[in-house]
Design a protein around this ligand. Sequence first.
Ligand code: ATR
Length: 505
Amino acid sequence: MSFICLSLTGRTLQENIEDVRRYTSHIDLIELRADFLFTEEIPHIHRFPALVPHPVLLTIRRKQDGGKYIASEKERSSFFSIAMRGAFDYVDFETDFEHTLLTEIVREKKIRIIRSVHDFDGVPEHPLQTIRSIPKTKQEIPKLAVMTNSSSELYRLVEACLSVRNEEKIVLGMGAYGFPTRVLAPRLGNYLTFCSPAGKSAAPGHIDPQQLDAVYRLRSQTGSTAVYGVIGNPVLHSQSPFIHNTGYEKASIDAVYVPFQVDELIWFFKMAELLDVQGLSVTVPYKENVIQWLDDSAETVTVTGACNTMARSDKGWYGYNFDVEGFLHPLETVVDRQWLQGKKVAVIGAGGAAKSVVFALTKRGADVCIFNRTVEKAERLAKRFSCAFAPLTDTERLKEYSDMLVQTTTVGMAMGSSPTGSHPVGDTPTGQHSPGTYPEGLNPIEDYTFQGHEIAYDLIYTPEKTPFLQKAEHAGCRIINGTSMLLEQAKQQFLIFTGVHYPES
Ligand code: ATR
């Protein structure tokens, strides 16, 4: 069991009390980050524990360790001394904090010391040694919080973490690559995991307690909860964790689904072994590259050359491609099954997602032309499926293939950082604009003028309407975004991963 600890970074105690009220049912512990408080609040911090219903950890984080505190160590010690009059349960002291009298008072009052090390540069070469060197006594809980800059750094951190068994510890990877350490705290044997009120992130990678508790179900996870996830880059904007985790909860399945930002697949798969990851969704830009990691695959992977789902068994990784069916399904809600026969369709992009789309379209008898920035890639894909290709800038050709335009590139995608999608990324790159004007660079076919007869289909689901779709809609076209496709292939993945259908409710 790992505790959910809410880090409070309000400027006043009252503001912090309100944040506690907001999340009280989702949290087990509170960290009062006194370094964020107005100076005039400091003399009152000893009263804080009596004003909230949870155990409280007191932290006065220095600037060099990622906090706001800039005055002298002497003054910090006196703040700690004032605070210790109150009923704090934990106090955070860094490894270089030495104060014999204060330490004695803390021990006498049976306040647990969390002994911490922060490193914003990266994961140390030998994180296990660092973890072992942190506590000064057996009663102290060591905390190592390090910026995690890559898949190899995450691998090192996870390996160290799993080597420290049955001992209290807090080992956290900050930043997007380190995110799994925050939501897999029970699997990693972490004493607690930190989170922040929405919109007040105390450290890189914090999510809010509601997501930790209700989406990742941290309190019901154990060391043996099955781990699934999505790999991609970027990936923290993905809504898949929300979809899958909600399904596990509704179907009472002991599993958790995590977004893994990956820069090098080799390190990710080494870590997947350590965490015993059972299944994966695969997204941009790995749909083609993961094929080399498969031990076997479904025919759709072989014919498309793209894989969006991996499931592990004792025979190794098996690959599937549910993008093909996932792509066709929403289309059939707009037109009938035969509609594609003989239709002229433009596919924008020639990456992994385009492969599945072109396969699906040609299978249904459409006359396809692939438009891509890198023409050679379009040509290669066109040869594979015996269709036409053209440069992205060829608007005359686009007009020719305009019964339907399918946008498969990442252009226009929001790169926001809502790690679960439980509150879909609102920070779209499009912002507000007046009708008919669109921000430049976020539509791969900016020079194309929609006539109104086209169907415009964008595989992107955040934002809900990319500039490509907005422009098409403005011209009177029927539009489809990537949400239905995402849901459709997620349902198929859910069945493969768990053996049960996605709960319909
Ligand atoms: P996926 O597997 O999701 O398809 P991918 O394989 O990385 O991801 O493919 C990304 C696609 O988006 C490619 O077609 C890429 O064009 P290039 O082949 O020329 O790289 C396209 N793409 C990405 N950024 C783009 C941009 N700024 N303008 C136009 N096309 C872009």
